[in-house]
Design a protein around this ligand. Structure first.
Ligand code: NAP
Length: 312
């Protein structure tokens, strides 16, 4: 079609994985576009401080995301602000993407759509979003300065974000459903050293409100079997993520719904790659997302060469 925008590589999603892929792909001379619905940077944008990105001692998530974007666009990667509605595989094995900004086409699509936060699914949670329930410490933490804060979850996010909240309040408690944290040992140590209280083997039963504000939380102590209620002003929920795979329903996934790839980041559908938080991988970091992007760009470029050679 005349108004179709044609590229060598289309990347869906502009988090660290997508931006790194865009950088490597454009630098390799491939006509590349990242299609991003919101602002580039993904979940990195809401991280207060990053201290484990190699080569950068301490940097805010926003600043790091800006650097990723500038580097990618500096090498000629385009960014299109649009929602991708549908990806269609054509008879020749290439792809057509229907978006809110028209049709895009390419022989390669890289899925870098990341993951969205999971809900706790307890009474009071949905009702109190924006009234004391939050999924983003840097966005909403300042509303709870010097207040009593509960963090739910036991992974890196819960433990790391509790440390940001501890800078705002002396009274931060992390409640985790098991007897040990899933988070990296170094993060757990930093959290306990920061004076954050913990409730282990404890599940949240309900988030209770008064005058349209969070007032208290009811817990189940799984060791004693007792249920009790404690006052809290803010509840921050970090109980994992749900991969955003709706655009590729036919790609093979693992039991948790993350997209399976080979070591070149190719999915079960030739020409579709998956990188970053949406991909089935045992360790998710900004550095591993960026590495996924570089690997995908390299092998996607090889795939395009092979396709072109086979066409003759
Ligand atoms: P995660 O590693 O999947 O951890 C989710 C936590 O929530 C687990 O402790 C889990 O408990 C708990 N949970 C899940 N469903 C629950 C429910 N219904 N009720 C109560 N608790 C529930 O998720 P994440 O912490 O968001 O991290 C996501 C990825 O990003 C990970 O790969 C992580 O390593 C990475 N990350 C890295 C850093 C860093 O390196 N600085 C920072 C943030 C995130 P169980 O333990 O019992 O399963």
């Amino acid at each position: 079609m005349a108004d179709t925008k044609n590229y060598d590589i289309i990347i869906v999603g502009g988090g660290p994985a997508g931006l790194a892929c865009g950088q490597y792909s454009a630098r390799a001379g491939r006509k590349t576009v990242i299609i991003e619905e919101m602002a580039p940077g993904g979940q990195t944008m809401i991280i207060d401080e990053i201290e484990n990105y190699p080569g950068l001692e301490k940097i805010s998530g926003y600043e790091l995301a800006m650097k990723f974007e500038q580097q990618a666009t500096g090498f000629g990667c385009e960014i299109a602000y649009a929602a991708v509605n549908f990806i269609k595989r054509l008879d020749d094995g290439s792809f057509e993407l229907t978006t809110s900004d028209g049709t895009f086409a390419s022989p390669v699509v890289v899925i870098a759509t990341g993951a969205k936060h999971r809900n706790l699914e307890v009474p009071g949670e949905k009702e109190m979003i924006g009234h004391g329930v939050s999924y983003c410490a840097t966005c909403d933490g300042p509303f709870f300065r010097k207040k009593k804060i509960l963090v739910c979850g036991g992974g890196d996010s819960a433990c790391q974000e509790s440390m940001y909240l501890r800078k705002l309040s002396d009274d931060v408690t992390v409640a985790h459903r098991r007897d040990r944290f899933r988070a990296q040992a170094s993060i757990v140590k930093a959290m306990t050293d920061a004076g954050i209280k913990t409730k282990m083997n404890t599940t949240v039963q309900s988030i209770n409100s008064e005058n349209n504000k969070v007032r208290s939380v009811t817990f189940l102590d799984k060791t004693s079997g007792e249920t009790y209620t404690e006052e809290f002003d803010g509840v921050f929920i970090f109980v994992g993520n749900i991969p955003q795979t709706q655009l590729v329903p036919d790609c093979e996934k693992d039991e948790a719904g993350f997209i399976k790839t080979d070591s070149r980041m190719m999915t079960s559908i030739p020409g579709i790659y998956a990188i970053g938080d949406v991909r089935a991988t045992p360790f998710r970091q900004i550095v591993t997302a960026a590495a996924d992007g570089a690997v995908a760009a390299h092998y996607a470029s090889e795939y395009i060469d092979e396709r072109n050679n086979n066409a003759y």
